[in-house]
Design a protein around this ligand. Structure first.
Ligand SMILES: NC(=O)C1=CN([C@@H]2O[C@H](COP(=O)(O)OP(=O)(O)OC[C@H]3O[C@@H](n4cnc5c(N)ncnc54)[C@H](O)[C@@H]3O)[C@@H](O)[C@H]2O)C=CC1
Ligand SMILES: O=C(CO)COP(=O)(O)O
Length: 324
């Protein structure tokens, strides 16, 4: 199975490295000419994944047509750009493995729904889970959810990507795998705020648990399965991203919690904090189907400039209620 990758950020590059293990050829499309040149000339993506020596069987290209002879393509552009790159790539019926975590602004579509519109003939799979790119690229042990309705395709992709250090767990719940990854980014911002504002570890644990309740309410309403949300792509990724400043979303929250305005934190950044884009879309999507997501709403208000203390006191003064 010849693998192509769309997206030369940290995660696309790390996944190219996964696919290249054992000396297999991988074609990686990157948007930036200097990323293409650096990968081909020095086998390092010095812009997005500095310090990782990449396999010399990864060939980078700036030409999307170079992916047309692949047997499967990992789509690793940020969620807001997936529609544009898939439309431009025009890869026909080549299976797409969606690896971005987010919801498209404007349409409120999950990336899978976007892909079905932009590439209507392509079989769709979703790869998601607790995966900091640097650790994966360094070969540290990692497990992911690989969701696809077509079991033969899922098994072929799993066999192609698996190694002792990279374990895909199979699922048929594509929507569930997507929702976990999209929602946890917003909740990670909230946990970062708790850290930045010095509210303590009890508060962070409470936020992870209540955030997971929000993820579950929204996911079930959208047709996800509870066990997917409690698995690697949901709770697993939530715990990872809410625990470390290695997370861009958590770090953004730390800044907000310290009272720094979102505008400044988000200006001129090269790396993506998906939760900032997902938060308002998720809040609107949840409101539209009557799902209560107070933590997500709080993150939206903080991103829009609300005062941290006011938002915290609003959350803490909500009426007491049953846990479940
Ligand atoms: N970095 C990580 O550890 C992980 C990231 N992800 C997800 O992977 C997706 C990509 O993230 P990263 O690789 O981390 O990105 P990154 O933050 O390392 O790099 C930014 C990426 O955005 C691309 N980009 C910027 N403007 C663009 C445009 N107009 N059109 C197309 N692409 C554009 C850049 O070319 C670059 O590839 C995100 O959805 C993220 O949530 C998922 C798992 C782990
Ligand atoms: O998705 C991730 C880990 O699974 C990466 O999280 P951040 O985008 O917050 O860095």
């Amino acid at each position: 199975m010849r693998i192509g990758v769309i997206g030369g950020g940290a995660w696309g590059t790390a996944l190219a490295q996964v696919a290249a293990r054992g000396g297999k050829a991988v074609t990686l499309w990157a948007r930036e000419d200097d990323v293409v040149a650096a990968i081909n000339d020095t086998h390092e993506n010095s812009l997005f994944l500095r310090g990782v020596q990449l396999s010399d069987t990864i060939r980078a290209t700036g030409d999307l047509a170079a992916l047309n002879d692949c047997d499967a393509i990992l789509v690793v552009a940020p969620a807001q750009h997936v529609r544009a790159v898939l439309t431009a790539a025009d890869t026909g019926a080549i299976p797409l493995v969606l690896c971005a975590k987010g919801i498209e602004a404007g349409t409120r579509m999950l990336v899978g729904e976007v892909a079905r519109e932009a590439a209507p003939h392509a079989p769709i799979a979703v790869l998601s889970g607790p995966t900091f790119a640097h650790e994966v690229a360094a070969g540290q042990p990692t497990a992911v959810t690989l969701a696809c309705a077509d079991t033969a395709l899922r098994d072929a992709l799993s066999a192609r990507l698996a190694s002792p250090a990279f374990r895909p767990y199979a699922s048929s719940d594509v929507v569930g795998a997507e929702i976990g990854g999209a929602v946890k980014n917003v909740l990670a911002i909230a946990c970062g705020v708790v850290e930045g504002a010095g509210l303590g570890l009890n508060a962070r644990a409470a936020l992870i648990a209540r955030g997971f309740a929000e993820m579950t309410r929204f996911g079930l309403a959208k047709g996800a399965r509870a066990e997917t949300l409690a698995g690697l792509s949901g709770l697993g990724d939530l715990v990872l991203t809410c625990s470390s400043t290695n997370s861009r979303n958590f770090s953004l929250g730390v800044g907000l919690g310290q009272g720094i305005a979102a505008e400044g934190l988000l200006a001129n950044r090269q790396t993506v904090a998906e939760g900032a884009h997902t938060a308002p879309v998720l809040r609107d999507a949840a409101e539209a189907i009557g799902v209560d997501m107070p933590v997500v709403a709080a993150v939206c208000d903080l991103l829009a400039g609300a005062d941290v203390r006011e938002i915290v006191s609003r959350l803490l003064s909500r009426p007491l209620r049953a846990e479940v």
